[in-house]
Write a protein that binds this ligand. Structure first.
Ligand code: NAD
Length: 506
């Protein structure tokens, strides 16, 4: 139960405040390098036995964890809402459901996905090759505050299903949901050392990647992602960095305007816009701009913002106060350059002591404004009018980020064509946000939105070392040496040249 705001963080503890009313929810310790290292040692010890289990068995055991989480999903949703400020429905739909889907899908399929892959050798038909997948060891997961379960625990589940142990550093803003899930993990009878949680600030994340981990999966800002990638490069360990987004939302002339408007509003304001895949800039064709914009404003004004613990609320709190400053800065910049606040535009307190920002629609926005160029990560929906769909594509690609994008059109073939022209990791046609909830599909950014991928069969394989074995197809005891081994001679040289020229026939 939340207590009144009083406690302050110290070097040893983090005090977790609820963004709903500023009250103290709990406190957690700050892990030092020494403590992080000790956790990694425990994880290594547990990992050896875990890696020796067949993937099917690992899946079976993790499903017990999932079941305990699902049995108590209401309590988890309540806690996520309390520490993160999203609505309870969002907590269930985006957090619990994503985690459960990841465990279910990979729990059932990891044995197939991680099966050795054979390779036909065109240049050595007498030999054969295969690649097999070996767990890496201990994977460090550094997570953001916007989806404390879906990201932190979803990635931990994938790392475990690939045969690794996981040490997770949740965000200092929302560490409690991961600790709750860890309790369920231990109750499920899994070795508690397989999944370790180290709470703390950025320094604890840094300690994790300096420790004896074999890979880092990081999700967060571009600025931190650069530091992580550089540090992993120095250590020569692989990393996945999932970073910011500035998703363009293209409304073509032939779009179903009602669906497009509803999707733009849902995509912009879900989780108070604190989603890397949020609708961050709309490009609407001039011919349909008026109808679309009127509908967007109408729908936005109908949204109910308030205490996210109540069920009849659509928009909750702003998790991290800094996002309110970003929203303000971007609105001021846009208005000073000629944009209009069509609705919203203010921070307010539907719950005393809470952090809330009204869902805001900006019209008359142009590409030079900060709100069209920099990540907002808050509830702003800027609308830019374009004269052609080609212009929309060109402006959509005029960004340093490329995580998600959306195209709305009745012509699916055109949607596909546009999707392929966008410099973006995932493009959805006539839909928004939901692709992170498809564990089968890859989630990744291009440009400065990241390196590597999570989810998908390839994403699971990336959590393993790929090792190659090459062997003869049959045993020929009389073959003492291959023709190209020593001694070398003019005859061998000519033979090699003649053989190479045969390639020209192919
Ligand atoms: P952040 O980069 O501030 O922090 C992310 C995590 O990194 C936190 O746990 C933090 O403590 C840790 N950290 C900070 N400095 C560190 C350092 N030097 N070494 C190691 N760890 C360090 O990001 P945030 O504010 O928590 O999250 C918001 C950002 O995350 C947004 O830009 C958003 O777009 C992005 N995000 C991306 C995705 C995606 O899938 N691409 C998903 C969610 C959020």
């Amino acid at each position: 139960m939340a207590q009144p705001k009083a406690k302050q963080a110290t070097a040893e503890t983090i005090v977790v405040h609820s963004p709903i009313d500023g009250s103290v929810v709990d406190e957690v310790p700050v892990f030092t390098q020494e403590r992080v290292d000790a956790e990694i040692v425990l994880a290594h010890e547990a990992q050896r036995a875990w890696a020796a289990l067949p993937p099917k068995e690992r899946g079976r055991r993790l499903k017990k964890w999932r079941d305990l989480v699902l049995d108590d999903a209401d309590a988890l949703a309540e806690l996520v809402t309390l520490e993160n400020g999203k609505t309870r429905t969002e907590s269930v739909l985006a957090e619990v459901a994503t985690f459960a889907q990841v465990v279910t899908y990979f729990g059932r399929r990891s044995h197939k996905i991680l099966k050795p892959r054979s390779i036909t050798l065109f240049s050595a038909p007498h030999r054969t090759s295969y690649v097999h997948y070996v767990p890496r060891g201990v994977i460090g997961i550094i997570a953001p505050w916007n989806f404390p379960v879906a990201i932190a625990m979803g990635e931990a589940a994938m790392a475990l299903l690939a045969g690794n142990a996981a040490v997770v550093k949740p965000s200092e803003i929302t560490p409690l949901s991961a600790l709750w899930c860890k309790k369920k993990f231990d109750e499920a009878g899994l070795d508690p050392n397989l999944l370790r949680i180290v709470t703390g600030y950025g320094e604890t994340g840094s300690a994790l990647l300096q420790g004896d981990v074999q890979m880092i999966c990081f999700t967060g800002s571009v600025a931190t992602g650069r530091k992580i990638a550089a540090a992993c490069g120095e250590r020569l360990i692989p990393c996945i960095v999932e970073l910011g987004g500035k998703a363009p939302f293209i409304v073509c002339q032939d779009a179903d305007l009602d669906r497009a408007a509803r999707a733009a509003v849902f995509g912009a304001f879900f989780n108070s816009g604190q989603v890397c895949a949020s609708t961050e800039r709309v490009y609407v064709h001039r011919e349909v701009a008026e109808g679309f914009t009127t509908r967007v404003i109408e729908l936005t004004r109908k949204l109910r913002q308030g205490d996210p613990r109540k069920f009849d609320v659509d928009i909750g709190a702003i998790t991290f106060d800094r996002q309110i400053e970003v929203a303000r800065e971007q609105i001021d910049d846009a208005v000073s350059k000629g944009a209009t606040v069509a609705t919203g535009g203010e921070a307010h307190q539907p719950v005393e002591g809470g952090s809330f920002f009204q869902p805001t629609v900006l019209t008359g926005v142009t590409q030079d404004m900060k709100v069209a160029r920099e990540e907002t990560f808050g509830p702003l929906l800027p609308i830019l009018v374009v004269d052609s769909e080609e212009e929309a594509l060109q402006l959509a690609n005029d960004s340093h980020l490329g995580l998600m994008g959306y195209v709305f059109t009745r012509d699916i073939a055109k949607g596909k064509r546009y999707a392929e022209q966008l410099e973006i990791g995932t493009v959805m046609v006539n839909d928004v946000l939901s692709s992170y909830a498809f564990p089968e599909a890859p989630w990744m950014g291009v440009k400065q939105s990241g390196l590597g991928k999570v989810h998908s069969a390839d994403g699971l394989r990336d959590l393993c070392q790929e090792r190659h074995v090459n062997l003869p197809k049959w045993w020929l005891p009389s073959t003492r040496k291959d023709p190209h081994w020593h001694p070398h001679s003019r005859k061998l040289y000519d033979l090699a040249l003649r053989a190479l020229r045969l390639l020209k026939r192919l």
